[in-house]
Write a protein that binds this ligand. Sequence first.
Ligand code: TRP
Ligand code: ZN
Length: 862
Amino acid sequence: MMDIRPGHLSAPPVIRREEYRAPEWLVPEIALEFELDGSRTIVRAALTVERNGEHKLPLHLDAKDLDLRRLVVDGKPVNYRFEQDVLKVPIDGDRAVVETEVAISPAANTQLMGLYESGGLLCTQCEAEGFRRITPFPDRPDVLSRYRVRMTADEALYPVLLANGDPVAQGKDAAAGTHWAEWHDPFPKPCYLFALVAGDLVVNRDTFVTRSGRSVQLGIWVRDGDLAKTEHAMAALKASMKWDEEVFGREYDLDVFNIVAVADFNFGAMENKGLNIFNSRYILADPDTATDADYDAIAGVVAHEYFHNWSGNRVTCRDWFQLSLKEGFTVFRDQQFSADMGSRAVKRIEDVRMLRAAQFPEDAGPLAHPVRPDSYIEISNFYTATVYNKGAELIRMMHTILGPDRFRAGCDLYFERHDGQAVTCEDFVKAMEDASGVDLSRFRLWYSQAGTPTVRASLAGSGAEARLRLEQIVPPTPGQSDKQPMPIPLKVALLDRDSGDVADERLIILDQARMEIPLGDAPQRPVLSINRDFSAPVVVETDRGAADLAFLSAQDDDPFARYEAMQQLMLDTLTAAISGRGVDHEAVVEAVRRTLADPSLDPAFVAEAVLLPSETFVGDRMERVDPEAIHRRREALRAELGHRLETLWRDAYAAHGANRYEYNPAAKGARRLRSIALGYIAAAGAEDAPALARAQFDRADNMTDRQGALGVLANGDSPEREVALAAFYDRYRGNALVLDKWFSVQALSTRDDTPEAVEALFRHPDFILGNPNRLRSLVGAFAANQRAFHDASGRGYRFLADTILAADKLNSQTAARLVPPLGRWRRFDEARAKLMRAELERIVAAPGLSKDVFEQASKSLG
Ligand code: TRP
Ligand code: ZN
């Protein structure tokens, strides 16, 4: 056969949503037996299978990299076929027991999918398609089974044996030095929710009494020495359980709930039924090693995985195209939880910043896809900001359109109607419709159309004549050239320029390409506040000038809109400077001055409001990204803000300094503002800035202050910088999670020599290519550093491509997640675009490329 594509013997198959067929065979029961061993584990499975409907088709069992030692049907050998990772097993009757035995090697598993070893621990990761690397099975989410699991292992090496559900029996064979445990999970589940863990672990135990009075035994399992770092996660778990009862009426359903932290993990965490497995960075925290942002992320991820017990596990996905059914909904739920636990305004600002940093670029580039995708080559590539974060915005828009009570009724109906089923995004929307009586037929476009809509808004007239002119543009995306207008819920209010009064907020649904809406009795000099609370995930363009934006940044009663006005003012100022339309920093300086000096504002909000938009965000709003000019102009504005407001920064720094460490919203806000003030003092070029940072670094009694100071020093070239980096390394070299910060802070540096520094760090003895956290901490952070990554020489691109190719050999899923930055070539000048394309072409041509990286790199070439 001819090799049509270099590196690929044949193009990997494309899976299409339209081609969904119900499973031919169901598996109501499965019994699994593991003889656990790091280098060679034996897995025996007994599947009770049932023919689903009238057909004569064989049973299909997915099997990936398995050494099959035995396969019998009702105890007898059969003539099965093995084709492209699928076992085709002929079965005569309508019901049978299929037994298999395979051998696998956890220690050799560098993909971190299936059963693998991490720091002497054996653990599993099955979502999306990892179970087929453990045992032959119809590996699809619409096949739900009851699991019985028996594990046998060396008792000294693996004293703890955990699986889904409840422990039912255990014992030991003293002569052999082994022990065993049996676990049953009474809830039928898809195989992607299967999990086991074996290892030498210690546990933080607690209990939670559910609202119906059942006592649940909670356990957070970690390596010896980490126990003291599990308190925050435990508190978050209990708070999540209570919150889900109160806000969504959802109660936990098993007698035990276990969480295990592992150091090598492809993602944040995994919601396996009754046995969540976490990337240790989302469990372990104490003030000395974790920042406030880490604490927040831990609470958010613990809640997210716990919430999946209902939104994901009790009601699961029919197929992987429906991924946002569980992920979008669960992200919305964890966002609401975090908003209730802290500052709702600041949480919304953070969530929108994240959406704009990760999802908007995705939606605007070659990898754009709908929230419910239509096709994929490798499903792991679709665990994206679009499916997760834009998906959450879709749920939020339904919440906004229906209002909280009808939304809750929709959720209740959804859970009641579909408990125990594998369903679709359509089923979710239908439940919302049925419970509320609101027609969401056009709303469904949000699931099928990719691309971020732009809304143009302007006011015409005033007083009784005032009208709001709205226009929407949904841009073309790959495979979708023509778009229909979407229903866009916009929260709108008018402010009176003279009195500062805010008229009642109203919800406008922009559902046509153009609309003109009479506003009734508007003020004589109205100022428009629109997309308040970021009610829709769109880009808003208005004709509001610097004066209006400055006015809103001081007067708007919606905190998000107030923040947004400030951001827009900063953005307009920067884009004017970058495109040579004149440098006028006055409005920004005055707006920041007013915000800093307003004692009525929450310092956590002030900290967000005074931050300039990131270099990447400025780039996203430009016709063509000029990384050098953006960097220069943004640094110039930072310097001016630092210099002109130096007294205020120093006041803010002093006012919020010197508190003893406490973890609460007020203390967190104070720490955040303090480090931002320090950054501005340094940007002003103040002579004492390095000494100030060094003093903060040395005296800090918590990681937030220490890392904040280190970040400021890392951007400069003072002698203090080298001292602090060395001290940080020496102090934390034994702590992988903190060492990740040491790599990141250097990869994110604004210094000119960052590209070289990152290449050198790649060769550092502590750089571990196979550990996803370490890889992302250096290479992921570097690729997010716009100016450094887009160094005109192209060395950043070459470095990233080299890293992707090296990582792909070990862990294709994690390697593929590094590809998107190279796919943004269309947004840059010709010289850079050419260099980026050349690297993508080099990747696609590489022999032995995974389908994960192949899909991302070939699509990125566009
Ligand atoms: N379902 C997980 C979540 O909570 C995502 C996840 C965990 C995952 N591990 C993974 C996705 C491995 C793909 C591959 O969001
Ligand atoms: Zn999730």
